[in-house]
Design a protein around this ligand. Structure first.
Ligand SMILES: [Zn+2]
Length: 275
Protein backbone atom coordinates (compact mmCIF):
# COMPACT_ATOMS: atom_id res chain seq x y z
CA UNK A 1 0.00 0.00 0.00
CA UNK A 2 1.33 3.45 -0.82
CA UNK A 3 1.92 5.48 2.27
CA UNK A 4 -0.08 8.59 3.17
CA UNK A 5 1.35 11.40 5.25
CA UNK A 6 -1.13 13.02 7.65
CA UNK A 7 -0.82 16.25 9.61
CA UNK A 8 -3.07 18.04 12.10
CA UNK A 9 -3.80 21.78 12.28
CA UNK A 10 -5.95 23.46 14.97
CA UNK A 11 -7.33 26.93 14.23
CA UNK A 12 -8.48 30.05 16.08
CA UNK A 13 -6.22 29.77 19.12
CA UNK A 14 -6.44 32.79 21.43
CA UNK A 15 -7.61 32.36 25.01
CA UNK A 16 -6.71 29.25 27.02
CA UNK A 17 -10.19 27.72 27.16
CA UNK A 18 -11.13 24.28 28.53
CA UNK A 19 -11.77 23.13 24.93
CA UNK A 20 -8.26 24.17 23.83
CA UNK A 21 -6.73 22.39 26.83
CA UNK A 22 -8.76 19.25 26.08
CA UNK A 23 -7.64 19.12 22.43
CA UNK A 24 -3.97 19.79 23.22
CA UNK A 25 -4.04 17.17 26.01
CA UNK A 26 -5.67 14.56 23.79
CA UNK A 27 -3.17 15.03 20.95
CA UNK A 28 -0.17 15.12 23.31
CA UNK A 29 -1.40 11.94 25.06
CA UNK A 30 -1.73 10.24 21.67
CA UNK A 31 1.72 11.53 20.62
CA UNK A 32 0.22 13.37 17.63
CA UNK A 33 1.93 16.59 16.49
CA UNK A 34 -0.30 19.56 15.71
CA UNK A 35 0.26 23.07 14.38
CA UNK A 36 -1.85 25.50 16.42
CA UNK A 37 -2.88 28.61 14.47
CA UNK A 38 -2.87 31.60 16.81
CA UNK A 39 -4.89 34.76 16.10
CA UNK A 40 -2.62 37.56 17.40
CA UNK A 41 -5.50 39.87 18.39
CA UNK A 42 -7.20 37.06 20.38
CA UNK A 43 -4.08 35.98 22.29
CA UNK A 44 -3.72 37.29 25.85
CA UNK A 45 -0.67 37.16 28.11
CA UNK A 46 -2.06 34.34 30.27
CA UNK A 47 -2.73 32.06 27.29
CA UNK A 48 0.65 32.97 25.81
CA UNK A 49 2.41 31.88 29.02
CA UNK A 50 0.46 28.60 29.11
CA UNK A 51 1.15 27.87 25.41
CA UNK A 52 4.87 28.60 25.84
CA UNK A 53 5.02 26.17 28.79
CA UNK A 54 3.27 23.42 26.81
CA UNK A 55 5.48 24.06 23.77
CA UNK A 56 8.68 23.81 25.83
CA UNK A 57 7.49 20.51 27.35
CA UNK A 58 6.45 19.03 23.97
CA UNK A 59 8.55 20.74 21.28
CA UNK A 60 7.96 18.00 18.70
CA UNK A 61 4.18 17.90 19.22
CA UNK A 62 3.20 21.57 19.67
CA UNK A 63 3.86 24.17 16.96
CA UNK A 64 2.55 27.73 17.21
CA UNK A 65 1.91 29.72 14.01
CA UNK A 66 0.18 32.91 12.91
CA UNK A 67 -3.47 32.89 11.82
CA UNK A 68 -4.11 36.36 10.34
CA UNK A 69 -4.12 39.29 12.75
CA UNK A 70 -7.71 40.14 13.76
CA UNK A 71 -9.65 37.39 11.94
CA UNK A 72 -12.22 39.90 10.68
CA UNK A 73 -12.64 42.76 8.24
CA UNK A 74 -15.30 45.08 6.88
CA UNK A 75 -16.39 44.10 3.37
CA UNK A 76 -18.57 47.03 2.34
CA UNK A 77 -20.90 47.54 5.28
CA UNK A 78 -20.61 43.95 6.45
CA UNK A 79 -18.29 42.61 9.15
CA UNK A 80 -16.93 39.22 8.01
CA UNK A 81 -14.61 36.61 9.54
CA UNK A 82 -12.15 36.63 6.64
CA UNK A 83 -9.30 39.14 6.69
CA UNK A 84 -7.74 39.20 3.25
CA UNK A 85 -10.74 38.83 0.93
CA UNK A 86 -12.17 41.52 -1.33
CA UNK A 87 -9.02 43.00 -2.85
CA UNK A 88 -7.50 44.83 0.14
CA UNK A 89 -4.47 46.93 -0.93
CA UNK A 90 -1.03 45.38 -0.44
CA UNK A 91 0.05 48.08 2.07
CA UNK A 92 -2.96 47.31 4.29
CA UNK A 93 -2.43 43.56 4.17
CA UNK A 94 1.28 43.99 4.85
CA UNK A 95 0.59 46.21 7.88
CA UNK A 96 -1.89 43.68 9.37
CA UNK A 97 0.36 40.67 8.82
CA UNK A 98 3.45 42.45 10.17
CA UNK A 99 1.59 43.75 13.25
CA UNK A 100 0.28 40.26 14.01
CA UNK A 101 3.72 38.75 13.59
CA UNK A 102 5.26 41.30 15.98
CA UNK A 103 2.61 40.54 18.61
CA UNK A 104 3.29 36.79 18.43
CA UNK A 105 7.06 37.36 18.55
CA UNK A 106 6.58 39.49 21.69
CA UNK A 107 4.10 37.20 23.47
CA UNK A 108 5.40 33.78 22.42
CA UNK A 109 9.13 34.47 21.93
CA UNK A 110 11.05 31.42 20.74
CA UNK A 111 7.93 29.23 21.06
CA UNK A 112 6.53 30.99 17.96
CA UNK A 113 7.27 29.31 14.62
CA UNK A 114 7.37 32.25 12.16
CA UNK A 115 7.69 30.18 8.99
CA UNK A 116 4.03 29.21 8.39
CA UNK A 117 0.91 31.40 8.02
CA UNK A 118 -2.76 30.44 7.80
CA UNK A 119 -5.05 33.10 6.30
CA UNK A 120 -8.44 33.29 8.08
CA UNK A 121 -11.23 31.48 6.19
CA UNK A 122 -8.53 30.39 3.69
CA UNK A 123 -9.05 33.67 1.78
CA UNK A 124 -6.10 35.41 0.14
CA UNK A 125 -4.96 36.98 -3.12
CA UNK A 126 -1.74 37.98 -4.93
CA UNK A 127 -1.20 40.88 -2.51
CA UNK A 128 -1.43 38.52 0.49
CA UNK A 129 1.22 36.28 -1.07
CA UNK A 130 3.50 39.29 -1.64
CA UNK A 131 2.92 40.53 1.93
CA UNK A 132 3.71 37.09 3.38
CA UNK A 133 6.96 36.87 1.41
CA UNK A 134 7.95 40.39 2.45
CA UNK A 135 7.28 39.54 6.11
CA UNK A 136 9.47 36.43 6.01
CA UNK A 137 6.98 33.54 5.79
CA UNK A 138 7.89 30.46 3.76
CA UNK A 139 4.72 28.37 4.01
CA UNK A 140 1.05 29.06 3.56
CA UNK A 141 -1.70 26.77 4.82
CA UNK A 142 -5.23 26.92 3.43
CA UNK A 143 -7.62 24.30 2.04
CA UNK A 144 -7.41 21.80 -0.81
CA UNK A 145 -10.41 20.03 -2.34
CA UNK A 146 -10.24 16.56 -3.83
CA UNK A 147 -13.36 16.47 -6.03
CA UNK A 148 -12.68 16.08 -9.78
CA UNK A 149 -13.95 19.57 -10.64
CA UNK A 150 -11.58 21.26 -8.16
CA UNK A 151 -8.63 19.12 -9.30
CA UNK A 152 -9.23 20.15 -12.94
CA UNK A 153 -9.66 23.78 -11.86
CA UNK A 154 -6.35 23.70 -9.93
CA UNK A 155 -4.66 22.20 -12.99
CA UNK A 156 -5.90 25.01 -15.24
CA UNK A 157 -5.01 27.65 -12.63
CA UNK A 158 -1.50 26.25 -12.28
CA UNK A 159 -1.00 26.24 -16.07
CA UNK A 160 -2.06 29.92 -16.10
CA UNK A 161 0.24 30.59 -13.12
CA UNK A 162 -2.58 32.09 -11.05
CA UNK A 163 -3.14 32.45 -7.28
CA UNK A 164 -6.85 32.57 -8.05
CA UNK A 165 -9.24 33.06 -10.95
CA UNK A 166 -13.00 33.26 -11.54
CA UNK A 167 -13.35 34.19 -7.88
CA UNK A 168 -11.81 30.95 -6.57
CA UNK A 169 -8.47 30.06 -5.09
CA UNK A 170 -6.02 27.77 -6.89
CA UNK A 171 -4.42 25.27 -4.51
CA UNK A 172 -0.75 24.34 -4.93
CA UNK A 173 -0.88 21.89 -1.99
CA UNK A 174 2.52 20.24 -1.52
CA UNK A 175 4.21 22.61 -3.98
CA UNK A 176 5.16 26.21 -4.63
CA UNK A 177 2.50 28.89 -5.14
CA UNK A 178 2.79 30.25 -8.71
CA UNK A 179 5.01 33.29 -9.07
CA UNK A 180 6.28 33.21 -5.49
CA UNK A 181 8.84 31.64 -3.19
CA UNK A 182 6.04 30.57 -0.85
CA UNK A 183 4.98 26.91 -0.63
CA UNK A 184 1.59 25.54 0.36
CA UNK A 185 0.60 22.81 2.80
CA UNK A 186 -3.17 22.69 3.06
CA UNK A 187 -5.92 20.77 4.82
CA UNK A 188 -8.60 18.68 3.15
CA UNK A 189 -10.57 17.33 6.13
CA UNK A 190 -12.62 19.71 8.27
CA UNK A 191 -13.36 17.69 11.41
CA UNK A 192 -15.91 20.16 12.74
CA UNK A 193 -17.86 20.84 9.57
CA UNK A 194 -21.55 20.64 10.57
CA UNK A 195 -23.28 20.90 7.17
CA UNK A 196 -22.90 18.82 4.02
CA UNK A 197 -22.76 20.14 0.45
CA UNK A 198 -26.57 20.26 0.34
CA UNK A 199 -26.73 22.31 3.54
CA UNK A 200 -28.06 19.42 5.66
CA UNK A 201 -26.88 19.16 9.27
CA UNK A 202 -24.23 16.46 9.78
CA UNK A 203 -22.17 15.12 12.66
CA UNK A 204 -18.73 13.84 11.81
CA UNK A 205 -18.17 10.85 14.05
CA UNK A 206 -15.03 8.73 13.70
CA UNK A 207 -16.63 6.45 11.07
CA UNK A 208 -17.57 9.42 8.91
CA UNK A 209 -14.11 11.00 9.38
CA UNK A 210 -12.52 7.73 8.29
CA UNK A 211 -14.68 7.56 5.14
CA UNK A 212 -13.60 11.10 4.29
CA UNK A 213 -9.96 10.21 4.95
CA UNK A 214 -10.23 7.22 2.60
CA UNK A 215 -11.53 9.55 -0.14
CA UNK A 216 -8.73 12.10 0.43
CA UNK A 217 -5.91 9.53 0.50
CA UNK A 218 -6.92 8.25 -2.95
CA UNK A 219 -6.14 11.70 -4.40
CA UNK A 220 -3.47 13.16 -2.10
CA UNK A 221 -0.15 11.90 -0.74
CA UNK A 222 -0.37 14.43 2.11
CA UNK A 223 -3.69 14.71 3.93
CA UNK A 224 -4.16 17.67 6.28
CA UNK A 225 -6.76 17.49 9.05
CA UNK A 226 -8.23 20.76 10.37
CA UNK A 227 -9.65 21.11 13.86
CA UNK A 228 -11.42 24.00 15.54
CA UNK A 229 -10.96 23.20 19.24
CA UNK A 230 -13.85 25.57 20.12
CA UNK A 231 -16.20 23.02 18.51
CA UNK A 232 -14.92 20.26 20.85
CA UNK A 233 -17.55 21.26 23.36
CA UNK A 234 -19.08 17.82 24.05
CA UNK A 235 -17.45 14.63 25.35
CA UNK A 236 -18.49 12.68 22.23
CA UNK A 237 -16.59 15.11 19.96
CA UNK A 238 -13.37 14.35 21.85
CA UNK A 239 -14.17 10.62 21.78
CA UNK A 240 -14.66 10.71 17.98
CA UNK A 241 -11.41 12.64 17.54
CA UNK A 242 -9.52 10.13 19.70
CA UNK A 243 -11.00 7.17 17.83
CA UNK A 244 -10.11 8.74 14.45
CA UNK A 245 -6.54 9.47 15.61
CA UNK A 246 -6.14 5.88 16.88
CA UNK A 247 -7.41 4.44 13.61
CA UNK A 248 -4.87 6.58 11.72
CA UNK A 249 -2.09 5.45 14.08
CA UNK A 250 -3.06 1.79 13.64
CA UNK A 251 -3.00 1.96 9.80
CA UNK A 252 0.37 0.71 8.48
CA UNK A 253 -0.05 2.93 5.39
CA UNK A 254 -0.31 6.14 7.43
CA UNK A 255 2.49 8.28 8.81
CA UNK A 256 1.45 11.18 11.06
CA UNK A 257 4.04 13.95 10.92
CA UNK A 258 4.24 17.58 12.05
CA UNK A 259 3.83 20.32 9.45
CA UNK A 260 7.47 21.52 9.99
CA UNK A 261 8.79 17.98 9.39
CA UNK A 262 6.72 17.64 6.19
CA UNK A 263 7.84 21.11 5.07
CA UNK A 264 11.47 20.14 5.69
CA UNK A 265 11.10 16.92 3.68
CA UNK A 266 9.43 18.70 0.73
CA UNK A 267 12.12 21.43 0.72
CA UNK A 268 14.81 18.74 0.79
CA UNK A 269 13.19 16.87 -2.13
CA UNK A 270 13.02 20.10 -4.11
CA UNK A 271 16.70 20.89 -3.43
CA UNK A 272 17.70 17.38 -4.52
CA UNK A 273 15.57 17.67 -7.67
CA UNK A 274 17.22 21.02 -8.52
CA UNK A 275 20.79 19.77 -8.04
ZN1 LIG B 1 -9.88 30.82 11.66
Amino acid sequence: MTSTTVFFRDDDVGRMTPALRDVIELLVEEGVPCSYQVVPAFLDAEAARALCEIQVRHPALVHLNQHGHRHEQMLGAERVYSEFAGGRPLAEQLAEIAAGRRRLEELLGPAFDPTLFTPPCHKYDDATIQALEATGFQWLSAGVKTDPFSQIYYGIGARLGRVGFLGKRVSYHGGRVAGSALSELSVCIDVDEDKDAAGERIEKDDARLWQEFERCRRRLAIVGVMLHHACCDRPEKLAWLRAFVRRLKADPGVEILSMPVIAGRLSGERLRAAS
